[in-house]
Design a protein around this ligand. Structure first.
Ligand SMILES: [Zn+2]
Length: 167
């Protein structure tokens, strides 16, 4: 799912980058390390827990890992159909907080995560589906500066450091 153009073009300034292109590699012998001992389904279960940038990095290590990642549905779907969302998450610095499996599930869903009404929008900082009304009424959508969050919620410095931040 792409984000609306008014959001990406007006609110978040994105560099002009074309969508990623699929590369076809020539089959060759290579070693996937510990992944060689696992069935493909378990390899994919492990990769599903990683964020998109890490999965992309793994795919660049060698041909065997590239072929394992190429067969990973969650990664393929998010990079093919939601590359602008991935770009926005990269620009605001939160992409490492979301696994490819979670991104796939959120992008495939059409329900608001709070009220289960039709959720057309994607709340980018938390990467959750939301309806038109919930962001106006639910305080969980509120964005705060870390210092204000510490004071308002009485967080310790250690707790405040664990809060995902947007650049
Ligand atoms: Zn809602």
């Amino acid at each position: 799912m792409d984000c609306p153009s008014y959001l990406s073009d007006d609110v978040i300034k994105l560099p002009s980058i074309p969508p990623p292109k699929r590369v076809t590699l020539i089959d060759r012998a290579s070693n996937a390390g510990y992944f060689d001992a696992l069935p493909l389904e378990l390899c994919h279960s492990v990769l599903d827990l990683l964020d998109p940038q890490t999965v992309a990095t793994v795919s660049c290590l060698n041909y065997k890992l590239y072929s394992i990642v190429s067969a990973l549905k969650s990664f393929e779907e998010t990079t093919a159909h939601a590359w602008r969302v991935l770009k926005i998450l990269t620009v605001i610095g939160t992409i490492s907080h979301f696994s490819v499996a979670r991104l796939q599930a959120v992008l495939r869903s059409d329900r608001c995560h709070l009220c289960f009404a039709y959720g057309r929008s994607l709340h980018i900082p938390t990467c959750e589906r939301c309806c038109f009304n919930c962001p106006s009424y639910d305080r969980s959508f509120t964005m705060l500066y870390p210092a204000i969050a510490e004071k308002y919620y009485g967080l310790t410095c250690e707790e405040a450091k664990r809060i995902p931040l947007c650049a």
